[in-house]
Design a protein around this ligand. Sequence first.
Ligand SMILES: O=C[C@H](O)[C@H](O)[C@H](O)COP(=O)(O)O
Length: 225
Amino acid sequence: MNGKQLAAEKAVEWIEDGMVVGLGTGSTAYWAIQAIGRKVAEGLSIRAVATSIPSEELARELNIPLIPWSEITSIDVTIDGADEVDGDYHLVKGGGGALLREKITAYASKCMIVIVDENKLVKQLGAFGLPVEVVPFAWEMTAKHLEKLGCKAIRRSHSDGGVFITDNGNYIMDCHFGSIQDAPELEQKLQHIPGIVEHGLFIGLADRVIIGYEHGTVKVRERSS
Ligand SMILES: O=C[C@H](O)[C@H](O)[C@H](O)COP(=O)(O)O
């Protein structure tokens, strides 16, 4: 098992019968969805919501029962990956472009479990370009406002040059800060820029971080409050 799979297998231990579960997105969350699918096949009874169309499709293939958002008031536990995690449980997310649905899901969750391999742990966020979802209208202006915060903002494209469009019909600006000195302060600044739908800084949302190491061990870190 690789580090991502190890972390995912550990995380599903927190899922119990009757829970509403949030399914994350990405190559680490993939392993969690697989493990949940296995448990469902063995008789675990849960209901789930997904953070992206690919995760929803995977859940359907694995016969994980999906429910509409209108039928729930909160989520018991969400298991999701991250692009960077610092020592204060601050995250950068959105490498796969799913940050908006992921943040809606994390915010609605009683417990958000983040699963990563050791490569995602950082002293300071920002080496990974911060993904910011923006509406297509006047996106060039929104990019200029983002750059005033000290980054280089690049509109995300596919390898064939086509513009990347999120599940919500928006663009992603990858904002290269190099290092983010004060993540909560940057979060506040981002809230004030019109045109931004959501950004990939997750502050105060992760409750537990599970780290899988290549050599086969797993560490669990709990945020105190
Ligand atoms: O938009 C994608 C998500 O935020 C992912 O959870 C994040 O990019 C980590 O993905 P991966 O597990 O593939 O590294």
